[in-house]
Design a protein around this ligand. Structure first.
Ligand code: SF4
Length: 293
């Protein structure tokens, strides 16, 4: 039987880290600061923009469909921006912050002009304080969690999954994002998902994606989740430094050699590099840092 407290929790973000490199997974998802007991995270402008825009759009779902576009998205954005302003968003200069903020304002102006699915009925997956989640496997004690940005209810009683994109980079076809969303929807509600799209908010483009079938989605997600679980188990037995190794050679804080851009910012936090600044504690009790280049 699965047990929520001892289970391995996996998500699109943590499995994405693991697929890049197990050491990145360790640094971002497992490592805890010895003094605070908190995990660590790095703030940056792209993430700040994404967080603020998502907050505004997702909160529209709390209103009935016909009232959503009567909300003052600009005012909501100003409120959301306060939480990521300055160092909290990893902004080094006011000019940089202003540039990112303007991009967010433009995205919301585009949404106001053409709200697409936002004026249609939607459903939400059930959740308590944590993101929606379910046991991907009770036998293996693995829980899958994730937050689907928007789920449109279609007239034929099926569902359309929509993911808001605030970055310019297109999601790769091998991404586990849609398989994970499909599995979450199938596990946590009864209707069938028949459509999935990425909405690139800056260009306004909506790119419809082919949905994987449920078995393939389960197999692909489970395959990575089991590898994550196995690595954690080995790390418990042999030590984290033996399992979560950088294939490029460990980053050396003195020569500044080794590693790559994915982990170097985390390694700098661990070694107390002078480019690192603690900026606060996040909503899930992570220690947030900005790392200046
Ligand atoms: S620094 Fe090393 S472990 Fe981290 S992502 Fe790059 S190659 Fe992988």
């Amino acid at each position: 039987m699965g047990d929520k407290y001892t289970a391995v929790w996996v998500s699109h973000s943590s499995m994405g880290d693991f697929l890049k490199c197990p050491r990145l997974y360790y640094l971002h998802n497992m490592y805890k600061d010895k003094k605070t007991g908190h995990k660590i995270t790095i703030v940056n402008p792209h993430m700040a923009l994404g967080v603020a825009v998502h907050e505004v759009l997702e909160s529209l779902g709390d209103y009935p469909a016909h009232e959503r576009m009567k909300q003052d998205l600009r005012a909501d954005f100003e409120e959301a921006w306060k939480k990521v302003s300055g160092k909290l968003g990893g902004f080094i200069t006011d000019t940089e912050e202003q540039e990112f903020k303007e991009r967010g304002i433009k995205m919301l102006e585009n949404v106001q002009k053409d709200p697409k699915f936002l004026i249609n009925k939607r459903i939400k997956l059930p959740r308590e304080t944590m993101n929606p989640n379910f046991f991907l496997s009770e036998d293996h004690n693995i829980i899958l969690n994730g937050l689907v940005d928007w789920i449109e209810y279609l007239p034929d009683d099926t569902l359309h999954i929509i993911d808001f994109k605030t970055g310019k980079k297109e999601e790769s076809d091998s991404s586990l994002q849609l398989p994970i969303y499909l599995l979450l929807c199938n596990a946590l509600q009864k209707r069938k998902v028949t459509k999935a799209s990425y909405w690139y908010l800056e260009s306004g483009n909506v790119v419809e994606k082919e949905l994987p079938d449920a078995e393939t989605a389960y197999r692909d997600v489970m395959d990575v989740a089991l590898k994550v679980k196995e690595a954690r188990k080995l790390a418990k037995r042999d030590g984290e430094d033996k399992v979560f190794i950088c294939p490029k050679g460990a980053y050396d804080p003195i020569t500044k050699e080794g590693g790559c851009f994915n982990c170097i910012p985390y390694e700098k936090i661990l070694t107390g590099d002078e480019s690192v600044e603690f900026v606060g504690t996040g909503g899930f009790n992570q220690d947030m840092y900005m790392v200046k280049k």
